[in-house]
Design a protein around this ligand. Structure first.
Ligand code: HEM
Ligand code: HEM
Length: 195
């Protein structure tokens, strides 16, 4: 199977990047909701679940950076037949998914008040202790970390994490199933077996 995308299919690298991101999104939701629903505050499990969420989120940021570079240097497979409106909706949907893949890790990092113990390998300092925070946010904008964190947390949790991300991902999966079972075209095959 070719590494790069062809007119007929996504290539192996685009498929790996796509399905790894999908698995990491699942892991990100499982860890954060496990923490909220099944652990008590100030217990080791609560901390581990949080750290898992942070590490998975940072990994998503790295994969997405690679994915964007790969996407820019690669053609897309030819679209399946469909109306102009369907193609436009698919484009908007894909760009919106890229937007959440970028905004979620950034707001997650900026709004976190603890260091990320990246899979117990090394520490990533919390934003509050970085030079960027002191020069841009503290001196430049005159904000304390608490004041800065509030709207960022709102975007990460209430606005996006709790519903916008779900809406886009579920809409995306529904579109894939619609192509597979109603239109019976090759849209899902292009991202899977390629047959
Ligand atoms: C694509 C990546 C990410 C997704 C989809 C995601 C999603 C979520 C969701 C759904 C929540 C729970 C919202 C609620 O309170 O109901 C949450 C909370 C949180 N996220 Fe993320 N997140 C991502 C990346 C990150 C990153 C990179 C960090 C930090 C390095 C981070 C830090 C946090 C923190 C500290 C919380 C609060 C945890 C809690 O109160 O239990 N997130 N995130
Ligand atoms: C079970 C889950 C998923 C299924 C079945 C699925 C299915 C697909 C399919 C069939 C395509 C090809 C569409 C086309 O060429 O028109 C595609 C592309 C795409 N998917 Fe997914 N997907 C899933 C999860 C996700 C997740 C979680 C994200 C990101 C948060 C995502 C982001 C994208 C993007 C941005 C594209 C456009 C192609 C690219 O630039 O890589 N997908 N997906």
């Amino acid at each position: 199977m070719p590494l790069k995308n062809t007119a007929r299919n996504y290539g192996t690298i685009a498929k790996w990047l796509h399905w790894t991101t999908a698995l990491l999104f699942l892991a990100s939701y499982c860890s954060v909701y496990y923490r909220q629903w099944f652990t008590e505050r100030d217990t080791p499990e609560n901390w581990i679940a949080l750290q898992l969420h942070l590490s998975v989120g940072v990994t998503i940021a790295v994969i997405v950076a690679l994915r964007i570079i790969w996407r820019i240097g690669n053609r897309l497979p030819d679209p399946e037949p469909g109306s102009r409106l369907e193609h436009l909706a698919a484009h908007i949907g894909h760009y919106a998914l890229y937007a959440i893949m970028i905004v979620m890790p950034i707001t997650g990092y900026l709004g976190t008040g603890v260091n990320t113990e990246f899979f117990l390998l090394f520490d990533i300092p919390k934003f509050e202790t970085t030079a960027l925070f002191s020069t841009v946010v503290s001196e430049g904008m005159g904000l304390t970390y608490k004041e800065f964190e509030k709207p960022i947390d709102f975007i990460h949790k209430e606005l996006m994490g709790e519903w916008l991300v779900w809406l886009l991902i579920l809409g995306h999966i529904a579109a894939a199933l619609y192509h597979q079972f109603v239109k019976k075209d090759r849209t899902l095959a292009k991202m899977t077996s390629g047959k």
